[in-house]
Design a protein around this ligand. Structure first.
Ligand SMILES: Cc1cc2nc3c(=O)[nH]c(=O)nc-3n(C[C@H](O)[C@H](O)[C@H](O)COP(=O)(O)OP(=O)(O)OC[C@H]3O[C@@H](n4cnc5c(N)ncnc54)[C@H](O)[C@@H]3O)c2cc1C
Length: 457
């Protein structure tokens, strides 16, 4: 029987960094992956979305260039070619991971892994045969699966999840997207910019309901301007086939009505994948449908760790990577803990969103004494040059200590700018620290500086 210091089930955003870390610490490591290395993030999540949204961003820039006297003629979008380029890029990324793991002497097995006991992993290979590995330690990093509503018609044809959506080789003529969270607004942005008549249905009273209210309102306004229809506070009741597509019955403020579209997409987020891993058999406990872990990423069974979406803590690739590293270090004898205090959130829409820390609404719900500062991008020279002046920077700070507790950005390159905010919060900087830090000119970052200066402290 193969003997390993560490066996990792799942080679996604949490699994492969964990494998590299453990190997660099001297461990004899194996990764079991049933699909493509890189998981959701590389194959049908962050990376392909970023790639396609970058491409439509280029189209927007080319169209806008006309205002600056740059004429490039008619812009033709060849979606087939875009998709081919995206697929090739994804393949390269997945192969790069394979190359890095190989270079680190990590054994990769293509198959489906499950716990046979706390120190044995059983792997079902592609040909149906089984192999058992002895593992001193195990990290469970199986990821998550798309959520779907269980309404009538939700399993029909042309009712998609993101997994199928990013593999489509055409742009739908029209689409109803169920879910106005991060994934829903990103795919709505992509499709609308590719000429699809796009509608977003969100059960909560606002788009991106976990973000600051000002961001939600600005996003709804931007969507209206882009021609994306938005139904908030609206529930999907059923989906039926009609000629040429689907009829979706929704219930909102005005009662029931029907929307029609060529395709329907469930973009309601992900559920931790906990099935088929032998968790119950070895006593790995679940908490609200996710693998229960402590801050050392230990499960309830000694020697078995978990990381990534399956832990249900914060379903982001950056969090999964950090959890995987903590789990790997501890599996190799370390004593690391996860710290979720400062986690950036990024949304690639036009305009982009970057956020970190608490929202104004959360602060009020928690009865915190806060000060709020806001600076509109209208006053920023670079945003004006870029003709992208609709956004703002919003700072939430503790009224007494001046420590910045939340920073929210809407505007061009907000997903990059947010990393200044990340360091501000990581270092527990105050509004005064930010106001006193000279920023370059003319830069988008100045908006953060000006928002802090404007807080009158
Ligand atoms: C459309 C979309 C866009 C996203 N965009 C972003 C973004 O921009 N930024 C961000 O931070 N996050 C984003 N996310 C979230 C991010 O993709 C996930 O948080 C991240 O991929 C989780 O990593 P993971 O390793 O836990 O799971 P995964 O990446 O899903 O990897 C798990 C791997 O385990 C394998 N596996 C499962 N069970 C077994 C088994 N029994 N045996 C062997 N292998 C198994 C799976 O095949 C998979 O490859 C996005 C998600 C989606 C759906």
């Amino acid at each position: 029987m193969d003997e390993r210091d560490l066996v990792i089930i799942g080679g996604g955003a949490a699994g492969y960094p964990a494998a590299s870390r453990a190997s660099h610490l001297g461990g004899k490591v194996m990764v079991v992956e049933k699909d493509n290395l890189g998981g959701i993030c590389v194959n049908w999540g962050c990376i392909p979305m970023l790639f396609l949204l970058h491409q439509v961003g280029l189209v927007r820039a080319i169209k806008q260039a006309k205002e600056d006297g740059i004429h490039v003629g008619k812009v033709d979008i060849d979606f087939g070619a875009m998709k081919t380029a995206k697929d090739a890029f994804v393949k390269t990324m997945s192969e790069r991971i394979k190359g890095n793991l190989t270079a680190s002497n990590i054994k990769m097995i293509s198959g489906c892994g499950k716990l046979a006991s706390p120190d044995r992993v059983e792997i079902e290979l592609g040909d149906g045969t089984r192999q058992t590995v002895h593992a001193k330690k195990v990290i469970l990093a199986p990821g998550s699966v798309p959520k779907k509503l269980s309404v009538k018609g939700s399993d029909g044809q042309r009712v998609l999840t993101m997994k199928e959506t990013l593999g489509l080789n055409f742009v739908p003529k029209s689409a109803v997207i169920i879910g106005g969270g991060v994934i829903g607004v990103e795919i709505a942005t992509l499709w609308a910019n590719l000429g699809c008549r796009t509608t977003v249905v969100e059960i909560m009273p606002r788009l991106i309901p976990n973000e600051d209210l000002d961001l939600s309102l600005a996003m709804a306004q931007a969507f209206r301007e882009e021609g994306i229809q938005v139904y908030t506070g609206t529930e999907v009741r059923g989906i039926e086939d009609v000629e040429g597509g689907k009829s979706i019955t929704v219930a909102g403020e005005g009662g029931n009505h029907k929307l029609e579209a060529q395709v329907v997409l469930f973009a309601m987020g992900q559920s931790p994948l906990v099935e088929g891993l032998g968790l119950e058999d070895v006593g790995v406990a679940l908490n609200q449908g996710a693998i229960q872990t402590n801050e050392r990423m230990e499960t309830t069974v000694p020697g078995i760790y978990a990381a990534g979406d399956a832990t249900g803590v914060i379903m982001l690739a950056n969090v999964g990577m950090a959890q995987g590293m903590v789990a790997a270090q501890n599996a190799m004898g370390g004593n690391e803990t996860m710290d979720y205090r400062v986690v950036p959130r990024t949304i690639r829409t036009f305009p982009e969103i970057g956020a970190v820390g608490i929202t104004e609404q959360e602060a009020k719900e928690r009865g915190l004494d806060i000060k709020v500062g806001k600076y509109p991008l209208k006053g920023n020279a670079k945003a004006s040059v870029m003709k992208d002046r609709k956004g703002f920077v919003k700072i939430i700070a503790d009224a007494k200590s001046e420590e910045i507790m939340g920073l929210h950005i809407l505007g061009p390159q907000a997903t990059e700018l947010i990393h200044e905010a990340l360091m501000i919060m990581q270092m527990r900087a105050t509004v005064r620290d930010v106001a006193n830090a000279l920023h370059g000119h003319p830069c988008l970052h100045e908006a953060i500086h000006r928002a802090a200066q404007g807080m009158g402290l």
